[in-house]
Design a protein around this ligand. Structure first.
Ligand code: NAD
Ligand code: GLY
Length: 365
């Protein structure tokens, strides 16, 4: 077992630690010290539970513990699943001092967090993320929610966890495509605020793909440090700082929706979206062609797609991008790059230039 690294998300009375280390999921004391009541409910899914539930339960070794196992998949991040969770919590007579434990990727984390935000007007919850994406992004910061047939993540709440326990050992069973999807979000942190981290990633990507323990722990730690700082500065996404975490996401969401959910993983779409954001920034004269090349090369080295899918026209892109949550007063807002390590949010978007940029990129082989 490696040493446990601890970071803090500073949010006053709602501050909480992020623990990072190999094998820490079975350290029951971490869960016990962040669960004020005696009732615990672990929520997981049919893929993750057979792999990790037993170790987690063994560590806690407590009588009053229930488990809820959900089907696997984004399609189950729904109001219907939420109802199923509430039925089970009520049937088990869970009171307001229950602590919900999310054991899984971002889907389980988001739905468990939202269940915790709503159940009896709010109960405690702990994140035990088991995908790289969840360890570096979704488990930190308190965004919780479910999808609606008319839009992804459209029903939700801000509800911070009591702690995050990121066991790097769980990444060994993650499918390679899911690992790469998580690496897209890791690269994002280098791009938005941390140029030295970007340079470190350029040198260390092969080690990360091999899950070399010190490198993967460092990458998760740096990513969480960046996310924690942004969340502490703008918890409820009001000042524009938290929106920087959406670099590449407006383009990426258009790809996900345009191609049909599930064709590209979220991280894959975000990777291509970050290249598009970099290209558009270059066309505005904010960064140079060499920097765009570096962004594209690093993402490609993480085995991520960097070419714009030809199936989507520029018109369709703009139509889909207009549905983004960052649109304000009908105006498209984009996160773009002033440099590697310096992202900004702008609503001054030249739509004609954006259209021609997308058209050109979709024609490039
Ligand atoms: P996911 O939760 O669907 O997990 C991906 C797949 O990997 C699933 O099949 C899952 O069962 C499986 N899996 C999980 N851990 C595993 C392990 N250790 N070994 C083997 N298989 C494992 O997807 P994700 O990428 O973790 O999360 C995506 C979700 O996160 C989306 O719903 C997205 O909206 C949400 N998200 C939320 C935030 C936020 O701030 N709350 C941020 C980013 C993404
Ligand atoms: N994943 C974006 C955010 O947490 O704000």
């Amino acid at each position: 077992m490696t040493e446990v690294q601890t970071l803090t998300v500073n949010l006053g009375s709602r501050s909480y630690p992020i623990y990072i280390g190999e094998g820490i999921l079975g350290q029951g004391k971490l869960i016990k010290s962040h669960s004020p009541g005696r009732q615990l409910v672990v929520i997981s899914n049919e893929v993750v539970a057979p792999l990790y539930l037993e170790s987690l339960l063994k560590g806690i070794n407590q009588a009053e513990i229930e488990t809820i196992i959900l089907p696997d998949g984004e399609q189950y991040k729904s109001i219907a699943t939420l109802e199923n969770i509430f039925d089970q919590l009520l049937s088990a007579h869970c009171s307001r001092d229950v602590t919900l434990i999310a054991l899984g990727g971002g889907v389980i984390g988001d739905i468990t967090g939202f269940a915790a935000a709503c159940y009896q007007r709010g109960v405690n919850f702990i994140q035990v993320p088991t995908t790289l994406l969840a360890q570096v992004d979704s488990s930190v910061g308190g965004k919780t929610g479910v999808n609606h047939p008319l839009g992804k993540n459209m029903i939700g709440a801000f509800h911070q966890p009591n702690c995050v326990i990121a066991d790097t050992g769980t990444l060994k069973t993650l499918p390679p495509r899911e690992l790469s999807a998580g690496l897209a979000e890791v690269v994002k942190y280098g791009l938005i605020t941390d140029q030295p981290f970007f340079l470190w990633l350029e040198k260390n990507m092969p080690r990360l793909l091999k899950l070399e323990p010190d490198s993967i722990t460092y990458a998760i730690e740096q990513s969480c440090r960046c996310k924690a700082q942004v969340v502490a500065a703008d918890e409820l996404e009001q000042s524009g700082q938290r929106a920087l975490l959406n670099l590449g996401h407006t383009f990426g969401h258009a790809i996900e929706t345009g191609l049909g959910y599930g064709k590209w993983l979220h991280g894959e779409a975000v990777a291509c979206g970050m290249v598009m954001a970099a290209e558009f920034s270059a066309r505005l004269g904010w960064i140079g062609a060499a920097q765009v090349k570096k962004v594209s090369a690093l993402l490609a080295s993480a085995r991520l797609p960097v070419k714009v899918p030809k199936e989507l026209s520029a018109d369709r892109f703009l139509e889909l991008m207009a549905l983004d949550k960052k649109v304000k007063d009908g105006k498209l807002r984009l996160v773009l790059l002033k440099d590697i390590g310096k992202a900004i949010l702008t609503d001054d978007v030249d739509l004609t230039l954006l259209h021609s940029t997308i058209t050109e990129l979709a024609q490039t082989d």
